[in-house]
Design a protein around this ligand. Structure first.
Ligand SMILES: [Zn+2]
Ligand SMILES: [Zn+2]
Length: 166
């Protein structure tokens, strides 16, 4: 369903434009003929964009992003997702024997992570959620890698987003 991307700089589409596109704000600035408006599937967010003008479609359909195979993390810049994977793994290692200690800060009890020293409000039980989160994320990143994919395609992929050769 997707076309092969041509060489393109990452600066062509900035994050704001991507955000605008996602929220459907971007096309408002341009007159779109109803019959020419097309939606694209966002392979990172897993949803349809708003209606796009033909000129926009031809640009977005070639957009390449780097995605984490272990979670929804994605970046326009190569290497950032690899760094993210390394950091999630290290955090997992570091928290292997972590526990939550309750301490007093002044009059206020706080939950403190024994591994990283982060402090959390006991009211929302955020300290335990911090540990639970890491317990879920770390194993999911054991085999994770940075994948170069097309950000948008004409429809949802049947199985997996097409991997673009580097
Ligand atoms: Zn990830
Ligand atoms: Zn921690």
């Amino acid at each position: 369903m997707t076309s092969r991307p041509v060489a393109m700089t990452d600066d062509l589409i900035d994050q704001q434009t991507l955000d605008d596109l996602r929220t459907g704000r971007w096309p408002v600035r341009e007159e779109i003929e109803p019959q020419s408006a097309q939606r694209l599937w966002d392979n990172v967010d897993g949803g349809w964009t708003g209606p796009l003008a033909t000129a926009a479609v031809s640009i977005y359909i070639r957009k390449v992003v780097y995605k984490c195979t272990g979670c929804h993390e994605a970046s326009q810049h190569p290497g950032q997702v690899s760094d993210h994977i390394t950091s999630v793994r290290l955090t997992g290692e570091r928290h292997r024997r972590a526990r939550i200690k309750v301490e007093l800060r002044g009059q206020e009890p706080v939950q403190m992570c024994s591994a990283c020293g982060a402090m959390f409000s006991p009211r929302k039980n955020a300290g335990y959620k911090h540990l639970e989160n890491i317990k879920i994320l770390a194993p999911a990143h054991k085999e994770a890698r940075e994948e170069r994919i097309l950000r948008f395609s004409l429809g949802p992929p049947s199985a997996k987003a097409e991997v673009v050769p580097a």
